[in-house]
Design a protein. Sequence first.
Lengths: 280, 368
Amino acid sequence: MNRYQQIKLAKQIGKWALIAVIMVYATFPFYYAVITSLKPSSELFQVDYWLSSVDFSNYAQIFAQKSFVQAIGNSILIAISVVAIALLLGITASYALGRVRFRGRTTVMLTILGVSMFPQVAVLSGLFEVIRSLNLYNNPGGLILSYTIFTLPFTVWVLTTFMRQLPMELEEAAIMDGATPWVTITKVFLPLMWPAMATTGLLAFIAAWNEFLFALTFTLTDDQRTVPVAIALISGGSQHELPWGPIMAASVTVTVPLVILVMIFQRRIVSGLTAGAVKG
Amino acid sequence: MASVTLNKINKVFGSTHIIKDLDLEVGNGEFVVFVGPSGCGKSTLLRLIAGLESITEGDLRIAGDLVNDLPPRERGVGMVFQSYALYPHMTVYENMAFGLKLAKTDKQSIEQRVMDTARILQLEELLHRKPKALSGGQRQRVAMGRAMAREPRILLFDEPLSNLDASLRVQMRNEIARLHHRLGSTMVYVTHDQVEAMTLADKIVVLRDGRIEQVGSPQTLYQQPATKFVAGFIGSPTMNFMPAELLGGDGQGCKIQAPGLGELVLPQDPGGEPSGAGLTLGVRPEHLRLAEAEGDNAFEIVNVEYLGNEVYVYLEPKASDTLLIHRSEAPSRWAIGQRVALVPELEHVHLFDGQDRALALAGQRRAA
């Protein structure tokens, strides 16, 4: 083996070592959660890096709780509603912002972007008042409303960028064919915007699914809670016991759907996120 | 099929006045080509007719009806775009049927019309393909089919061939010409390519800075350009221009002097031009003859281009460095470095006055 080949080999080894470190760093917490969730509670505090036996009692325990199943249902309802509303409003707003020329368009865009920069806590008390006055306290509607507020700026921004790249002549062709703006959006633009919609929709879904602060503040009873709050409120047999097993099982249960969704849409996400980067 | 009448049309974008008091009549069944350099307003004019831009001032009539405020679909116009702008997610059939569907045509007549159009454009084999699976020429035909399927009264083309390669362009040009013969429909076509304009048009409209420079048949524009601009724009290689001085003249003709050509007696009526006025002499490359010569008036041959069937000879006058072009059939006996005298064919020489307007031949009225 000559010197050149040795250097090449060393570089290869170095590269893979680095990748391995990053992989471990990124996935270890999740891996450990999965392992913990599959242990019986008696073995919980032995530190194992490999699973010796698989025990589903933690899963059985959380799914036996009616309130947890209910929380999953709430989360699904809320997240899907947020995605649907955000995409509908996002598409129509992006048509106006991307295609219609009007005075103050840039100001509107910057305001939208500015809104998304506020920390959640800053608007919490104000939003609480809004939700109470709208009679949406302890109601999925309140969460849908507040999540949509935080999801829309991003959605509008990405979709507007995407919309601007669609060729002008395509819209003009539709106008020549007699299409109204609504028909142009739904029949011509929408089918071309799937990558961007999959990206923004998925990110909106994840944000709504994982949100904790609003969900804790704007709900009161078990039957209205979403999954992150429900997990946080899982309690053990006594005041002094933290039920790690069930908590991990619940966490894994609500994360796996997201991971699957991301895997399904990963190509789309990449093409959607880079859509603005290069012409082509 | 319909006529189009433009009456004192103006278009202003912000502070730019793009179309200025433009009058034009497009006859029923006519093939009219708008041609001009980029920025002359030819595309804007087409878009005004289509209804994609609003008219700032003036009347636009289609078949006699005022259509200024009608949306495109109610004007009965179809348009072919430069980039084709086909709907990428629809098949060829759906692309062509889209406008008909929106017009709430019943399913059977949609199919009938799409099939008829497809037959005319030889698209029958491609109806179930998506645009990405088509070649450039095929996409072009689909774009035309989409515009034609709704049976518009007027077909508009916005530089439809400029995205195609040279050989395909010639082929599609031919197809468009044949299509016009078959359908006999009114067509308005925008191009910056004077060859397309010459070969397709019944009537060419030369535009410059938002005004019409000249309207006429290809033959008229070639043989009797009204201005120096038209003379230089139409024809390839372009017309040779050189300064000339009017020595005198009357209703029968005039006498001029041009550097390198000496004194010439030409059939143009100098009109009101005084003796000594500066004119521009224009002569097309094929209307020059060369003869071997020496002396002050000789031109030097600086380049010879052999094109197979013809030869372009580039000549440099002694006094200036503006090259002149001579065109003749191959083979040519001329070589680089030779010195020659130029003899223009006097009946084909054009004269332009100080405002670059052509002087009329004696006994004819001066063109506007």
